[in-house]
Design a protein around this ligand. Structure first.
Ligand code: FE2
Ligand code: FE2
Length: 261
């Protein structure tokens, strides 16, 4: 199976934007593929692990060269990374827009799946931001503990109230638009996101709580807030493409901490 055929297969049914970052970043899209690795980011370590595993193709959700459209600036880092990738011969495809532009956003679906939460998902006017009406009430503290336990996130941060019961939850994984607007909506109890402007969103949530308006913002970190969509895609591809060898490579969180490795 050629890389291009895999790309056409996995992106099928998505509302593909006219201008998209979902392109081949390295390698030959006509290459015959037998082994496909998936990860959140094509970090240097992920590329090396993929090569060691024998991957012909690597599918990632995020940019390789620190720019949304992967326009490469010339630095010692980008030059060395480009050489590593070229020497590996691996075809790298970014699968981003087509994951987010479906009736059910595949990233959001993956996060909720691995959290084990059930409920009803509603679109908002902001792309990749959803309202999740949870079947069960959950406090922000319980949600953060669930994330650390089920998603393996090292440090989940809570701004605002820790102990009110939340049911109407804004699921804004990654850094989509509309996170502040959804936080300002008084019908929403809790907002989940990957990363947030601290002086604006986090301080708003803190003041809301201090003024007796029960709401909270949970900041998961960008990678931990989206990688489970790639984990779920890996499981789907294993079923959909039995002729391929498919594996997930964990890229790990970008920050290290003093208390946990
Ligand atoms: Fe993202
Ligand atoms: Fe994303």
């Amino acid at each position: 199976m050629k890389a291009i055929e895999i790309i056409e297969g996995i992106t099928k049914g998505a509302d593909k934007p006219e201008i998209t970052c979902d392109t081949v970043k390295a390698g030959d899209s006509n290459r015959e593929i037998k082994r496909v690795a998936l990860s959140m980011f094509a970090t240097v370590e992920v590329v090396k692990k993929a090569k060691k595993w024998g991957a012909d193709m690597l599918i990632v959700h995020e940019p390789t060269y620190y720019d949304h459209m992967d326009v490469m600036i010339d630095t010692s880092v980008t030059r060395a990374k480009k050489k590593l990738i070229e020497d590996s011969g691996i075809v790298i495809f970014r699968y981003h827009d087509c994951m987010h532009s479906r009736d059910i956003d595949q990233i959001t679906e993956g996060e909720l799946h691995y959290l084990g939460l059930t409920g009803k998902l509603e679109k908002t006017k902001y792309s990749a931001s959803y309202i999740f009406n949870s079947d069960k009430e959950i406090t922000p503290l319980e949600m953060a503990q669930l994330m650390e336990r089920e998603l393996g996130i090292k440090h989940v941060r809570i701004a605002g109230s820790r102990d009110h019961k939340a049911k109407k939850i804004a699921a804004c994984f990654g850094t989509p638009g509309g996170v502040f607007e959804l936080l300002c909506d008084d019908s929403i109890d809790l907002v989940l996101t990957g990363e947030a402007c601290e002086w604006k969103l986090s301080e708003y949530a803190r003041d809301a709580d201090l003024l007796g308006i029960k709401k909270a913002l949970i900041v998961m970190g960008h990678i931990p807030s989206e990688r489970d969509g790639m984990r779920l895609l890996t499981e789907r591809m294993k079923k959909d493409y039995p002729e391929l060898n498919v594996c997930y490579i964990e890229c790990g969180e970008v920050y290290s901490y003093t208390d946990k490795e």
